[in-house]
Design a protein around this ligand. Structure first.
Ligand code: ZN
Length: 178
């Protein structure tokens, strides 16, 4: 029974959990990972796949949204009803693009571990999650600071490991300006 309850799309090939932030870290991606939970069940997972796919839009949140849509198709469920009753857990505050996507899908709420002062779309740079906007989905609830210490350690490990994909050029540019 437990097996039957597991979402097929999300569990396919995930026996070694390749979708978490730690796996992103191992693959040289910025360690951002997320889960979408619907009534206590994981219906989508995502990790940052930007470097791997050479596609700057493949943020963990968008990967997870695609999985939820696949899950809905397989379960013959209405995705609007599923998103409206789902919570996303994510390492870093969704960026402006992802916050807009979550809003368009009318997700119930989003819990993130760390704010994102450069790109955050849930209050840090823009407030896509809560602003009054016409024809752009429903505002959603955001909770920050969830297991923040763990997230800080993971991000520190990423920037420590001298990864070829780490955004060093940006750091250098910043230093030159100073
Ligand atoms: Zn994003």
């Amino acid at each position: 029974v437990a097996g039957a309850r597991r979402p097929t799309a999300a569990s396919e090939g995930t026996s070694s959990r390749p979708h978490g932030p730690k796996e992103a870290l191992e693959k040289g991606e910025v360690p951002v990972g997320c889960l979408v939970v619907h009534h206590g069940e994981v219906v989508g997972r995502g990790r940052n796949e930007v470097n791997e796919t050479k596609n700057a839009t493949r943020h963990a949140e968008l990967v997870a949204i695609d999985q939820v849509l696949d899950w809905c198709k397989q379960q013959n469920r209405d995705y609007t009803e599923v998103f409206a009753n789902s919570v996303m857990y994510v390492t870093v505050e969704p960026c402006i693009m992802c916050a807009a996507a979550l809003r368009l899908m009318s997700i119930l709420s989003c819990l993130f571990m760390l704010g994102n002062c450069r790109f955050g779309g849930c209050g840090s740079v823009l407030s896509i999650s809560s602003d009054d906007m016409v024809d752009s989905g429903e505002p959603f609830e955001c909770v920050s600071g969830y297991r923040a210490k763990e997230a800080v350690e993971m991000l520190k490990a990423f920037y420590r490991q001298e990864n070829p994909n780490a955004p060093k050029s940006k750091v250098r540019k910043k230093n030159n300006r100073n």
